[in-house]
Design a protein around this ligand. Structure first.
Ligand code: ADP
Ligand code: MG
Length: 248
């Protein structure tokens, strides 16, 4: 049972985030278990991206605490580079390095950070390319790839650091509809392999199929959460009901 997990992979305690006087996160409390797939849904501007960005410290929380594997990642003593090594992130815009071919994109971080030798990184990159179905594209430049292929490379690149948590911020929102499925399929495979994942998405089919838990955020708070079967078929909060009516 998720609520009774004594050793959560991620624990968020009373997280607040301000941008100047704008309070964007208004006290988020959450525990996420190892291997759990959590989909975060909610209207634009509700704080979903800010929440994800706090978890890998792209944003500094204003107050509250985040623990990963029981260790605080917030506060002055947290080692941000170590945190990011454990937590991969994939964005809406794929952000591949345009001047590097696919292999080099994937190998860059582990080699630069001296986590792997060039040979090890190469071996891993080839493995990952196979996993995302792009073995033939190792030598091509990002601009020669479709959006869906670029996003699959971006996922492979994040996995090259061998993270144990993956964060996805609307990974399919910038894609043409015919390419959404190939990216979701890679994510589904990752979920099956036991990756702990937080996925901000508007893909309700994915949330229904793959999520262990769906979290509805609005106005900087978690309004409602539960298994997809509950949230989608029997939402309790009026704001959740209105949001789902608009998008389903
Ligand atoms: P969502 O991802 O749910 O659309 P965001 O987390 O991107 O929401 O944004 C939540 C609110 O925070 C919005 O009002 C947005 O304008 C504001 N915001 C986000 N990032 C910044 C920033 N760097 N500086 C100022 N305001 C920001
Ligand atoms: Mg966002």
């Amino acid at each position: 049972m998720i609520e009774k997990d004594m050793n959560p992979k991620i624990e968020v305690k009373n997280l607040h985030k301000y941008f100047d006087h704008l309070e964007v996160l208004k006290g988020i409390d959450l525990k996420i278990s190892k291997g759990e797939v959590v989909c975060v849904i909610g209207p634009s501007g509700s704080g979903k991206s800010t929440f994800l960005r706090c978890i890998n410290r792209l944003e500094e929380p204003t107050a509250g605490e985040i623990l990963v594997n029981g260790e605080p990642i917030t506060g002055k003593n947290a080692d941000i580079n170590k945190i990011r090594r454990h937590i991969g992130m994939v964005f809406q815009q794929f952000n591949l390095f345009p001047h590097l071919n696919v292999m080099k994109n994937i190998m860059m971080a582990p080699v630069e950070l001296k986590i792997k030798t060039k040979e090890e990184a190469e071996k891993k990159a080839l493995e990952l390319l196979e996993r995302v179905g792009l073995s033939e594209k190792a030598e091509v430049m990002p601009r020669q790839l479709s959006g869906g292929q670029q996003q699959r490379v971006a996922i492979a690149r994040a996995l090259a650091m061998e993270p144990d948590i993956m964060l996805f911020d609307e990974p399919t929102s910038a894609l043409d509809p015919e390419m959404v499925g190939e990216v979701l399929a890679v994510m589904k495979e990752l979920a099956k392999m036991g990756m702990t994942m937080i996925v901000v998405t508007h893909e309700m089919g994915f949330a229904r199929d793959v999520a262990d838990r769906v979290i509805f955020m609005d106005g900087g708070v978690v309004v409602e959460q539960g298994p997809p079967s509950e949230i989608f078929t029997n939402p309790k909060n009026q704001r959740t009901i209105e949001f789902l009516n608009k998008i389903l």
